[in-house]
Design a binder for this molecule. Structure first.
Ligand code: SAM
Ligand code: SF4
Length: 471
């Protein structure tokens, strides 16, 4: 049987990256194999994001460009999945006549049947039905890590928080947690296949298992920490209102849990937080950060911000600037507020004009850049444990400290480090992806660090005490 070629364009967050994996897995038994070359595809799937208008426009502009391909090859199947598919449903078919199938965020397990219907019966299919239980797809049967040592693992889907600006509860449905045994067995298989770091994903991992009466998130972390061969655990995203003492305590207790928390605050102003329906105050947020730092002084803290939320005054925005200065985040993502029709804030009065939003965004990013650089500089001279993720290919590295091979990886706090083998270890030095090494930080940039290898642990498969040379 000739394999059919599947091309997936993933737009949006880590959750979509994970879902694209599920899409590929679901279609594999039907003979679809993934390709990176759009032109040779028999089936193109666009996995969309609806969080901001820009992401949605990006999806429609890509789908629009596929019309020409379809004219040249009428047998080509085009599918649209993810959050925009869930939100717009059938309407996409009339807007984009060359699209064959629309499938929502809960329809991935049904995708083989949807594709088959579109292919054999030449009909256009729409499936945006939301289910009230998690449909598992076995991501691990025949899994190959393809040299990737770090993987995402979704532990829950949906969200019950209804922040007033956000589409997620509407397009991904209510919150549902996967059974811990399924999560554990998925991670164990990944680890058996070479994965060394997992990032547990959910819109609000802190409320994991609460509704279903499963274990708490802190308990789940403890079990994951016990998996032999796994080196690092990360998770995202945490909601400040649900950050429990147990979870904060896990940072002081679990050896594999990386000292990094992404804790989106969105705004530093209490009236704005109230209108956003975030259910915490600025002070509660600051108290949580203080407690986290008392448990784990080296913890890296990152956050998300929305700038120009309806009614945000200059005074509100200045409260955000002072919060950024007080917390001294390691890095932040800052977004211009984007009106989403489904979300209540789209009906709020006193919208901030776009030029003002742009100016505030620049001001916030500039303030944070100074702080990031300051935090990065404080690491110069320290020894950091790095998990090797690959060789660095960025231009300009060749003229750095050492002309030998260049490597890259991340600190426990999730900062990118590019490093050279080091003078004492010889120019022959080679490393393996997934190996843990100690690197002395020599230079700080705004978005990365530069260092020199000081010591390496024997890589797995290489007996302790013996020299190992990777390809
Ligand atoms: N669940 C996470 C949380 O509670 O923060 C994040 C979910 S969302 C996928 C990622 C980020 O997108 C949010 O933290 C927020 O900053 C931003 N975002 C969500 N809706 C937005 C909107 N309408 N306009 C601009 N940014 C938005
Ligand atoms: Fe959206 Fe709020 Fe849920 Fe995050 S917690 S996904 S911002 S509704």
């Amino acid at each position: 049987m000739r394999h059919q070629k599947l091309y997936i364009n993933t737009i949006g967050c880590q959750m979509n990256v994970y879902d694209s994996d599920r899409i590929a897995r679901a279609l594999e038994p039907g003979g679809y194999r993934q390709t990176d070359t759009l032109e040779e595809a028999d089936l193109v799937i666009v996995n969309t994001c609806a969080i901001r208008a820009k992401a949605e426009q990006k999806a429609f502009s890509f789908i629009g460009r596929l019309a020409r391909m379809k004219r040249q090859n009428p047998k080509l199947l085009i599918g649209v999945g993810g959050c925009v598919a869930q939100q717009e449903g059938e309407a996409i078919l009339s807007r984009m006549p060359h699209v064959d199938l629309i499938f929502g965020t809960h329809a991935i397990p049904r995708l083989p049947r949807i594709v088959d219907q579109a292919k054999t019966r030449r009909i256009r299919v729409v499936d945006v039905e939301q289910s009230d239980e998690i449909d598992e797809i076995d991501l691990t049967a025949g899994f190959h890590s393809d040299g990737q040592v770090s993987r995402f693992v979704t532990i829950m889907q949906g969200c019950d928080n209804y922040c007033s600006y956000c589409v997620v509860p509407y397009v991904r449905g209510t919150e549902m947690s996967r059974h811990p045994d399924r999560i554990l067995s998925e991670i164990e298989t990944l680890v058996r296949n070479g994965v060394r770091e997992v990032t547990l994903l959910g819109q609000n991992v802190n409320s994991y298992g609460r509704k279903e009466g499963l274990s708490s998130f802190a308990e789940l972390l403890e079990r994951v920490n016990g998996i032999e061969g796994l080196r690092r655990i990360r998770f995202t995203t945490s909601h400040p209102k649900d950050l429990s003492d147990d979870l904060m305590g896990a940072f002081g207790k679990l050896a594999k849990l990386c000292p990094h928390i992404h804790l989106p605050v969105q705004s530093g102003s209490d009236p704005v937080l109230k209108r956003m329906n975030r259910k915490y105050t600025r002070q509660v947020y600051l108290d949580r950060i203080e407690r986290l730092r008392s448990i784990r002084p080296d913890i890296a803290v990152t956050s998300d911000f929305i700038v120009g939320f309806p009614g945000e005054s200059r005074e509100d925005f200045e409260a955000t600037l002072t919060l950024v200065e007080t917390v001294a985040f390691d890095s932040i993502f800052a977004f211009m507020y984007s009106d989403r029709e489904i979300a209540p804030a789209s009906h709020f009065k006193n919208k901030v004009n776009e030029d003002e939003i742009k100016a505030r965004l620049q001001e916030l990013l500039a303030a944070q850049e100074t702080i990031t650089l300051r935090n990065n500089r404080a690491l110069v001279g320290t020894l950091q444990e790095i998990m090797v993720e690959g060789s660095s290919t960025r231009p300009g590295l060749a003229e750095s400290i050492d002309a030998g091979p260049q490597w890259s990886g991340r600190t426990p706090g999730n900062k990118i480090v590019n490093f050279s083998p080091g003078r004492d270890l010889g120019s022959e030095e080679t490393l393996q992806v997934g190996q843990m090494v100690a690197v002395r930080i020599e230079k700080a940039h705004a978005h990365s660090l530069r260092g020199e290898l000081v010591r390496k642990e024997p890589s797995e498969g290489c007996p302790r005490g013996k020299e190992c040379h990777a390809a």
